[in-house]
Design a protein around this ligand. Structure first.
Ligand code: SF4
Length: 433
């Protein structure tokens, strides 16, 4: 039985207990949300991992994409990136390899990390020269048997949404690799997207391995100008219907969202996606809030990620400084993971059902900062080594910091307050005497 089937029967699987404990939520509530499909716990029955929950009432999670390309295919480097991402606090990684020995890279990444691993099977079908119905399902089964915990399938890119796309006035067209490969298949064969046409077969495979489906937004906008068009919304409506079918079949499903979206359209976009998918966990690629900052797209995505997260997005895909420019290095992976974690936590501080728990961390930091307790501040930092390094880089050893030194506002204010308290005590003693 799959996790969602267990939950529908009121059984509390061990994974739910673990996630409930980590998140500080009631396990019974989590079972109910899992049964409704509003929370997913991606984990393949073949793999022992540290499970995480994604969805309603849970903290915003972070995924990091890695993977080879045709130009740069070094399995060792991709494994190293997976470990760096995990150590930087990523909740999941996705292996998006398209170059070299894909089976080898995937299996090594699966063995190297204890967090859920996702993939995009259509890449393997394309790389193997088998962009056919059989090739797509073979790639899916092969990856599921290896123990992959979740897969992106671009089921919303079908002949119907293709028609809407042909009538749209987009500048960038389609920027999803999986989405464009699906369009290529449909245009070359004239046939329907196999994952959509044979969705029941896809669900059978997913159910067998308890593979979580991430229903990809193959038509996500690739620039601010394309942010909200009919093709995109058409795709969301279809994804909502496909989420229903997955839940009925006992398969966990989440939905992916855009992309490039101006800040003022993010809330509408997130709420619409949540509405049409009946609260399915929402996994966002960005959203990037401006097109003009290559080299800083980890920041443009973090700004959008925070707005999206506070309005209900559940899962943020990290963007690195290399976005739109180059295959990320391990340094980019680290930076992208940390910055996206900041975005996710900032969202949680303002997110209904999560913010009270999320604010405990900030409260502890505030107390340590008030007390000028530097070791505790480092321990509580999202990147302790960077905080420690900046604090000590001038070699000055003062209990305040070199920003204001003896004019430290925290110390001056504390001393003033202590003086006032002493005065009040002396006045009270005089009155009693
Ligand atoms: S010296 Fe200034 S910046 Fe440094 S801890 Fe004190 S108030 Fe903060």
């Amino acid at each position: 039985m799959t996790l969602i089937e267990d939950a529908k029967k009121g059984i509390t699987p061990p994974e739910v207990e673990i996630v409930a404990r980590k998140e500080g939520v009631d396990p019974e509530k989590l079972v109910r949300l899992l049964a409704l499909g509003r929370v997913v716990i991606p984990r393949n029955v073949r793999r022992k991992i540290d499970p995480i929950g994604v969805g309603e009432s849970l903290t915003t999670k972070v995924n990091l994409n890695l993977g080879s390309s045709r130009g740069v295919a070094d399995p060792e480097a991709e494994v190293e990136k997976a470990v760096v991402a995990m150590e930087a606090g990523a909740d999941t990684v996705m292996d998006l390899s398209t170059g070299g020995d894909l089976d080898l890279i995937r299996r090594r990444v699966l063995a190297a990390v204890k967090i859920p691993v996702g993939t995009v099977p259509i890449y393997q079908a394309e790389v193997a020269g088998e962009l056919t119905s059989q090739g797509l399902f073979d790639a899916l089964e092969r990856q599921a048997k290896d123990g992959v915990d979740f897969v992106t399938v671009h089921v919303g890119v079908n002949l119907n949404s293709f028609e809407r796309l042909k009538r749209s006035h987009r500048i960038m067209g389609v920027v999803s690799r999986g989405g464009s490969l699906t369009l290529k298949y449909m245009s070359e064969t004239g046939e329907e997207n196999p994952y959509y046409a044979e969705y029941d077969h896809l669900l059978d495979i997913a159910r067998e391995h308890d593979l979580t489906l991430s229903l990809g937004d193959g038509l996500r906008p690739g620039c601010i100008d394309d942010a909200s068009d009919r093709a995109k919304y058409m795709e969301f409506i279809m994804l909502g219907e496909l989420v229903d079918r997955a839940r009925k079949a006992g398969v966990q499903a989440m939905v992916e969202g855009p992309g490039h979206v101006p800040a003022d359209e993010i809330e509408t976009s997130v709420r619409a996606m949540k509405y049409v998918t009946d609260g399915a966990p929402l996994y966002l690629l960005g959203p990037i809030v401006t097109d003009v900052a290559p080299g800083y797209d980890h920041i443009t995505a973090a700004i959008g990620g925070t707005i999206a997260g506070m309005n209900g997005a559940d899962f943020l895909c990290a963007t690195t400084p290399s976005e739109h420019l180059d295959l990320p290095t391990k340094e980019d992976i680290f930076e992208g993971t940390i910055v996206t974690r900041i975005a996710a936590h900032a969202a949680d501080l303002a997110k209904a059902g999560v913010k009270d728990r999320a604010r405990l961390w900030d409260r502890k930091m505030a107390v340590a900062r008030r007390d000028l307790d530097w070791p505790t501040q480092f321990d509580l930092s999202i990147n302790p080594s960077l905080a420690r390094q900046i604090r000590h880089r001038r070699g000055v050893d003062v209990d305040t910091c070199t920003m204001c030194n003896e004019l430290c506002a925290i110390r001056l204010a504390r001393e003033a307050m202590e003086r006032e308290r002493d005065k009040e005590k002396r006045t009270a003693v005089k009155k009693r005497g």
